[in-house]
Design a protein around this ligand. Structure first.
Ligand SMILES: Nc1ncnc2c1ncn2[C@@H]1O[C@H](COP(=O)(O)OP(=O)(O)O)[C@@H](O)[C@H]1O
Ligand SMILES: [Mg+2]
Length: 345
């Protein structure tokens, strides 16, 4: 079976995607799958990459792409790679993309159009989970506890925002509605810092949210399956020795560590697993998602933070590590995800 791994992409999480995709390439079951690497440049061009996979790690891969045409829309040919010396129809696409244009439903819509099976959430669930405001609205309707927030759009009135924030306790977190990897997020300690934080978030999106900060432990679970058969992993914790889990802490410094399983109470584990499954169903996720929680240090309450439909996916990332803890190896996980994509047709 021929699998196309899509990586890179137009978002600020381009680099992270290349590293996750490299890890999948190195661990996929080659007895079952023949892999074709398709890189998406930062400008959004799809290219068949034929160089050494190590070049994905430092993003030098763009200098070793072939000039074959990658047809993902499946307009004239079935989705595949077509060149003078090769013509490959793909059986399945594994999009390993994070953030806008890759994880937010736009690419999923194109793949739906071409009719090719692909790993992960479909268009609508991808879009809803990417947008932190819609995620909140849908899950509020399901009575899932989340942190309090205010929505701010371009051309907002500063006084209105100030009024809406009355009663909120600092610190606050200002976030672009659609981003990931903490890009554009600022922790704000007092009102004077708010304006700059809003400006920063608007560099990445046209709407943002301001959330009340929770003094929290960060707990995550992996969810695997389509809507009829859902597995929720044991929760893990990210121990952050920093102000918050920002981009630097995630990828540059190695000050945070994963604690698997998380050392929390049986009741908290049960509650987290139930909320994760309920949220996954409500947002109609398929394939996989990592559901992220806060546990309030003051009273131990469980608060849902966000759902990532394409979580970090290197061999040592939280999502695969949690599945591995529960008995699904990284290689088996990749196979399972590909198999799940065929069930969705
Ligand atoms: N309401 C909050 N209270 C406390 N910490 C928060 C809050 N919102 C975000 N954070 C911190 O910022 C990090 C990134 O925020 P998150 O909403 O998960 O965005 P992203 O999609 O970029 O990962 C979180 O992992 C956490 O460390
Ligand atoms: Mg997050």
């Amino acid at each position: 079976m021929k699998i196309g791994i899509l990586f890179g992409g137009k978002s600020a999480e381009h680099e992270v995607s290349c590293i996750s995709a490299n890890s999948i390439y190195n661990n996929i079951d080659t007895d079952k799958y023949e892999v074709y690497l398709i890189g998406i440049t930062k400008e959004g061009k799809f290219r068949h990459f034929t160089g050494s996979p190590d070049m994905m790690l430092d993003c030098s891969w763009e200098s070793a792409v072939s000039d074959s045409r990658v047809d993902i829309l499946g307009n004239e040919n079935p989705a595949g790679i077509y060149g003078t010396d090769m013509s490959v129809e793909l059986d399945c696409i594994f999009p390993v993309l994070h953030g806008p244009y890759g994880e937010d439903g736009r690419l999923q819509g194109i793949l739906d159009y071409s009719g090719i099976p692909y790993v992960g959430c479909k268009m609508m669930s991808s879009a809803l989970c990417m947008d932190k405001i819609y995620t909140k609205q849908i899950l509020n309707a399901e009575d899932v506890r989340q942190s309090r927030y205010v929505v701010v759009k371009k051309n907002h009135d500063t006084e209105d925002v100030r009024g809406a924030l009355e009663g909120f306790t600092y610190p606050l977190f200002v976030k672009p509605a659609n981003m990931g990897s903490s890009v554009g997020i600022t922790k704000v300690k007092n009102y004077n810092e708010l304006e700059n934080a809003i400006k920063t978030a608007f560099r990445y999106d046209t709407k943002l949210l301001i959330e009340e900060g929770v003094d929290a432990r960060e707990i995550e679970v992996s969810v695997l399956g389509n809507q009829d058969d859902i597995i929720v992993s044991t929760p893990g914790e990210i121990i952050i020795n920093d102000d918050f889990y920002d981009y630097e802490t995630k990828y540059v410094k190695s000050t945070s560590k994963l604690q698997i399983p998380a050392e929390i109470t049986k009741e908290q584990i049960k509650e987290i697993k139930e909320i994760a499954e309920k949220s996954y169903r409500a947002l109609e996720c398929t394939g996989l998602s990592r559901v992220d929680f806060f546990i309030d240090r003051k009273d131990g309450s469980v608060i849902l933070n966000e759902i990532n439909t394409m979580p970090g996916f290197t061999k040592i990332s939280m999502y695969p590590k949690l599945m591995e803890h529960d008995g699904v190896s990284y290689k088996q996980l990749i196979t399972k995800l590909i198999e799940l994509s065929f069930e969705q047709l």
